[in-house]
Design a protein around this ligand. Structure first.
Ligand code: SF4
Ligand code: FES
Length: 249
């Protein structure tokens, strides 16, 4: 495949950025999107140019680090897919592909396609954990979890913290991400000691980081590679109201 890549280049957080065109003439449809960027970078290095900076780690859809906006869609045109799992067969010979970083005030650009997602880490630090007693291993099945609760927690534990929900949202809201963490931990017996403080602290940190509020546009769910549902946001609102009324931290 012959492709034109129109890629956002920005040398640093304060530098002005611009879209720059590159040509690739030998892209295999079986390459992943990141392998295609590797080929571009090898070419740029051989030409003495600066390679394109982008985040990646697992390359198998589980770490959440590879986010970028491809042709206006976070993680590209395919649903339920991370950028590393997107393949070039999703595009056609002769295409021009526009590649940009996540655009959100709370995710400042570090360089080119890499953004600083440490705001998510600080939200997790504020409440995305459970306290456990260390020592002897607990008796198996000593804490029974009803199957529907286990399924709900598991569905929401699939969130990989990629930030596509924020990039897709017209308000730059991180409600889907926070709601996945609340839905994962607040329904389990192990999550009960911090149930109220978790939701109050995480929402407070979310606001402090500069993320916007939810107006139910649903763009987050459409962009989410793990299919975290809108109903998780409803659960977050319910948990927040419940904790606010009890006044517990
Ligand atoms: S809710 Fe979905 S889009 Fe948002 S961070 Fe989690 S996995 Fe990514
Ligand atoms: S590189 Fe880990 S999810 Fe894409």
């Amino acid at each position: 495949m012959k492709l034109t890549l129109r890629i956002w280049r920005q040398t640093g957080p304060e530098a002005p950025g611009e879209l720059v065109d590159y040509q690739l003439d030998d892209v295999s449809p079986d390459m992943s999107f990141l392998e295609m960027l590797d080929v571009l970078n090898e070419k740029l290095i051989l030409d003495g140019a600066i390679p394109v900076t982008f985040d990646h780690d697992c390359r198998e859809g589980i770490c959440g680090s590879c986010g970028m906006v491809v042709n206006g869609a976070p993680h590209g045109p395919q649903t339920l897919t991370t950028t590393c799992q997107l393949h070039m067969r999703s595009f056609s010979d002769g295409d021009t592909i526009v590649v940009e970083p996540w655009r959100s005030a709370a995710f400042p650009v570090v360089k080119d396609l890499m953004v600083d997602r440490s705001a998510f880490d600080r939200i997790i630090q504020s409440g995305g954990y459970v306290s456990v007693s260390t020592g002897a291993a607990p008796e198996a099945h000593s804490q029974l979890v009803p199957k529907p609760d286990a399924d709900l927690a598991f569905e929401n534990a699939e969130c990989i913290g990629c930030g596509a929900c924020v990039a897709a949202c017209p308000n730059g809201s991180s409600m889907l991400f926070v709601s996945a963490k609340i839905s994962h931990l607040n329904v389990l017996p192990q999550g009960q000691p911090e149930r109220a403080s978790r939701v109050l602290n995480m929402v407070e940190q979310m606001d402090a980081e500069g993320f916007g509020g939810c107006t139910n546009t649903g763009e987050c769910t459409n962009a989410c590679p793990k299919g975290i549902p809108q109903s998780s946001i409803a659960r977050l609102n319910k948990e927040f109201l419940r904790a606010s009324l009890t006044g517990k931290r």
